[in-house]
Design a protein around this ligand. Structure first.
Ligand SMILES: [Zn+2]
Ligand SMILES: [Zn+2]
Length: 199
């Protein structure tokens, strides 16, 4: 494992000092591609970055992980999954990007490429350029949706009838496997199905 470069150590120390939290231990790896990625482990007190060759993306990735370090993930009560990239997180992350030399356009491009939901948060935060980036993203989704063949009904709407099939449970009418929260709901209250496919 390579040692983290001096600028990264300094940046982590500065960000954490400004937020009055102890700095994490930095782990640094390099790889031969443009983009970087990172992982923050609060339990071991580390931020690990796999650094690509794009310097702005390296810096943004480190700041993204430092935002995780500063903003512990809130747990959604209903589904009990951590909300890693929520509005609270992005308020901190975009603020860090701005304060530490990431141009808004680069922040939108890099975050939007990884987590399209970032654009929605950036727009809510009224970041310059966010409205346009968000519209472009939506237009792209619409275009892709229109390029897909239409859905057709394979099995018309029916009451679900659950049957066991080895370790799985299926609907005996359409054969679809039913799992997880849907299965629990179907067991309690029943429900209906339509089986659709792209032609
Ligand atoms: Zn993240
Ligand atoms: Zn069915």
């Amino acid at each position: 494992m390579a040692e983290a470069p001096a600028w990264a150590v300094q940046l982590a120390e500065q960000v954490c000092a400004e937020a009055s939290v102890p700095a994490p231990q930095l782990r640094w790896l390099r790889r031969e591609r443009d983009t970087s990625s990172g992982v923050t482990r609060r339990s071991s007190g580390t931020v690990a970055v796999v650094a690509g060759t794009d310097e702005v993306d390296q810096r943004l990735t480190l700041l993204h992980e430092l935002a995780h370090w500063l903003v512990p993930a809130a747990f959604r009560r209903r589904r009990r999954v951590a909300a890693h990239h929520d509005a609270r997180f992005y308020a901190t992350a975009f603020e860090l990007y701005r304060r530490h030399g990431i141009p808004d356009a680069a922040a939108l491009r890099c975050e939007g490429a990884r987590y399209p939901s970032a654009l929605r948060h950036a727009r809510a935060l009224r970041m310059p350029g966010a409205e346009e980036a968000w519209r472009r993203h939506r237009a792209g989704l619409r275009e892709r949706a229109m390029a897909r063949p239409p859905l057709r009904v394979v099995v018309p709407e029916h009451r679900v009838r659950l049957v066991r099939d080895g370790r799985w449970t299926r609907c005996s009418v359409c054969g679809v496997r039913v799992v997880g929260p849907v299965l629990r709901r179907m067991r309690r209250r029943g429900g209906s199905h339509v089986l659709l496919a792209r032609s």
